[in-house]
Design a binder for this molecule. Structure first.
Ligand code: HEC
Length: 299
C-alpha cells in the first residue's frame, strides 16, 4: 500500500505546523502574531510558496525517474500508485470504538427468544460510550474531592476575582480613553502635561478674545472669581464645549476640540484664577463659590 500522504494533506499540515510554531515562538501579547507583526505574513507566504515548490520538484523528479523504468516496472509502479490512500490507524480506532460484531458472527450473540421472527442481539455497550462513562466517574471523583472535601475555591471567590479583574480593565480603559470625559466626569487636573497642553490650546484658540493672560477683551475676564455662566470645572467645561449665550461670540468648541482637549483647556483656565493680568476687564457675572465651600459656610 502507498503509505505516502497525499499532497493536499501534507502541504496544509506542514503549513499549519509552521503557523503554530510561529505563534508559540513570537510573543505578540493578546493579538495573533500575524496581526501584531504583519511582516510575518510575508514569511508565511514564503513558506507556502516553498512547500508548493518542493511538491512540484518532487513530482518532476518522480516523472523523470518513471521514464527510466522498464515497462514492467512502470506497470508495477502505476499499480501501487492507483491504490487508494487510507488512514489505517484512524479506521482501526474507529472500528474498535464502535465495537460492532461483524454480521458473519451475529449468530454467536443472538439471544434465544424469538417473537414472530424478531430476534435480539446481545451486543456489548459500545466502547466509546463506556470510556466516556468512565471519564465522567473520574471527573466526578476529582470534582468531589477538590470542591467538597478540600474546598479549593468557591463560586463566590470566582465572582470576586472576576469583578476585581473587570474593575482593573475599566481603570486601564479610562486611562487610555481620555476622550470619554464629559461635563459630569471632568475633574480639575494639576498635572503639568495637561496644563501645558491646555495653555497651548488657549493661546492658539482663545487668547484672541480672552487675551493670553486671561484678562479679557471681547470675552470676559477669566482670572477673577466672577462668572457669567458659572464657575467650577463642570460649568467651565460645559461653557467651552457648548459655547456661551447666543450672539455673544463664544462658540461651541466641541466642533473643533476633542473632549480631552476641552478638559485640558478648562483646567488651564481655572489655573488662571487669582492671577493678576496686565489689563483686567471689570468683573462680569456673579461671584462663584464652590459647592463644598458653600456647604461649609452654611454650617
Ligand atoms: C470670538 C471670541 C472668543 C473666543 C475665540 C473664545 N471666547 Fe470664550 N467667551 C467669549 C465671550 C463673548 C464670552 C461670554 C459669553 C456669554 O456672555 O455668554 C466667553 C465666555 C467664556 C467663558 C465663560 C466665562 C464666564 O464668565 O462664564 C469661558 C470659560 C471661556 N469663554 C473660555 C474660552 C476658551 C477656553 C476658549 C478657547 C477654546 C474661548 N473661550 C474662546 C468670547 C470668545
Amino acid at each position: 500500500m502507498n503509505l505516502r500522504t497525499p499532497w493536499w494533506i501534507r502541504v496544509p499540515v506542514i503549513f499549519l505546523f509552521v503557523v503554530v510554531v510561529l505563534e508559540l515562538v513570537i510573543d505578540s501579547g493578546d493579538q495573533l502574531t500575524v496581526v501584531a507583526y504583519p511582516i510575518t505574513l510575508y514569511f508565511l507566504l514564503l513558506v507556502l510558496l516553498l512547500l508548493i515548490a518542493i511538491e512540484l520538484v518532487v513530482h518532476a523528479i518522480e516523472n523523470v525517474m518513471f521514464r527510466t523504468l522498464s515497462a514492467e516496472a512502470q506497470e508495477r509502479y502505476l499499480l501501487t500508485k492507483k491504490q487508494k490512500w487510507e488512514w489505517t490507524w484512524g479506521k482501526r480506532c474507529y472500528k474498535k470504538l464502535l465495537g460492532n460484531r461483524p454480521i458473519a458472527e451475529e449468530n454467536e450473540i443472538v439471544l434465544d427468544h424469538n417473537y414472530d421472527g424478531i430476534q435480539e442481539l446481545d451486543n456489548t455497550l459500545p466502547p466509546w460510550w463506556v470510556y466516556l462513562f468512565y471519564a465522567t466517574i473520574i471527573f466526578g471523583v476529582i470534582y468531589l474531592v477538590r470542591f467538597h472535601v478540600i474546598g479549593d475555591y468557591t463560586q463566590a471567590n470566582e465572582y470576586e476575582q472576576e469583578v476585581a479583574e473587570a474593575r482593573q480593565a475599566i481603570e486601564i480603559y479610562r486611562k487610555n480613553a481620555k476622550d470619554l470625559v464629559d461635563a459630569n466626569s471632568v475633574t480639575v487636573s494639576e498635572e503639568a502635561a495637561d496644563l501645558n497642553a491646555g495653555k497651548k490650546i488657549f493661546n492658539s484658540n482663545c487668547a484672541v478674545c480672552h487675551l493670553p493672560d486671561g484678562g479679557g477683551g471681547i470675552g470676559p475676564n477669566l482670572t477673577d472669581a466672577y462668572w457669567i455662566l458659572g464657575g467650577g470645572i463642570k460649568n467651565v467645561f460645559t461653557t467651552i464645549s457648548e459655547g456661551g449665550r447666543d450672539g455673544k461670540g463664544m462658540i461651541a468648541w466641541k466642533q473643533s476640540l476633542k473632549p480631552a482637549q476641552i478638559a485640558q483647556v478648562s483646567s488651564y483656565v481655572l489655573s488662571l484664577q487669582g492671577t493678576t493680568p496686565a489689563n483686567p476687564k471689570p468683573t462680569e457675572g456673579d461671584l462663584w463659590v464652590d459647592e463644598v465651600e458653600r456647604d461649609k459656610r452654611k454650617h
